[in-house]
Design a protein around this ligand. Sequence first.
Ligand code: SAH
Length: 343
Amino acid sequence: MIDIKSLSRPELETLMTGLGQPKFRAKQVFQWLHRGVASFEEMSDLPKALREQLAEQCSLTVPQVERKQVSRLDGTIKYLWRLGDGNCVESVLMRYRHGNTVCVSSEVGCLMGCAFCASTLGGLVRRLTAGEILDQVIFVQKESGEKISNIVLMGIGEPLDNFDAVMRFLELVNDPDGVNIGMRHISLSTCGLTEKIDKLAGYRLQLTLSVSLHAPDDETRSRLMPVNRSVGVDRLFDCCRRYFETTGRRISYEYAMVDGVNDHDWQADLLARRLKGIPGHVNLIPLNNVRESPLKPSTRTRQFQQRLEQQGVTTTVRRRLGSDIDASCGQLRRKTLGLKDTE
Ligand code: SAH
């Protein structure tokens, strides 16, 4: 079966001409797919015979809402989707004054093993297809009735570990006949896979790259993020510098403040030194408590921020949204599936 929603526009045209159809059918089908139809039958302006042929040859992904939680504090909505094969992933809809942002997952589970993150506790189950990543945007929009204006690839999974599907997703979601979200309205967050960051730089996309840094020194970063053991902070910053030089885009560094681990003054000073000459911006994140983790949120966020700013580093503190609905990634999936550490 052909996974039709993951096809690029040219591939969809080839499929249509292969079925003896004129090219313009590709645009019709594309528009239906991106509006979130539940069956080929619904594509009412296509000939009946074509709808039947498509139903025979292609699979159509339609994620089901397994759970939905609405924050009473700020209207953030968290969706747990059940995919065709029974696996679940989360997406979060956040409402800001400047528009609606949806946070999407790129994988079921995660390989990276970060100490503070709920998504990685059961390892990687599988990577999502481009269509399944796109579905989260399409169906959040459809379910909520809200127009989405921004996307962050910050849900479950490591997007650069699913490189090809993510690139395909970006192309699809950017298409004017589909959801039509400009690259400048998309952020991609990575734990820092340097080879893949270099590869991404080659595409010179206008998206915002977020690097999950969480510590400026190897000892702390390796403790929090096993991925650092093979790359190291020096090589990561070299890579970030190359990314900026190639794309001209400032990187955003994510830094979850962990009590007594990465919130010391010397770490703010080291971070400021490391960022000298690489235009970028630090986003301090209040650590979300993960039940299975002993790490606790820092109480020094403001001091840390001031210390960075005194040394010329642009720093923001992330607003906490949806704190009453397990909105930090991976937690709803684990709760609902009843997953344990030992799974
Ligand atoms: N794998 C990618 C994207 C998914 S995680 C990455 O590592 O960037 C999205 C962001 O949430 C990352 O910055 C991650 O480090 C952060 N994060 C994960 N668990 C968290 C927690 N418990 N509290 C605060 N931030 C967390």
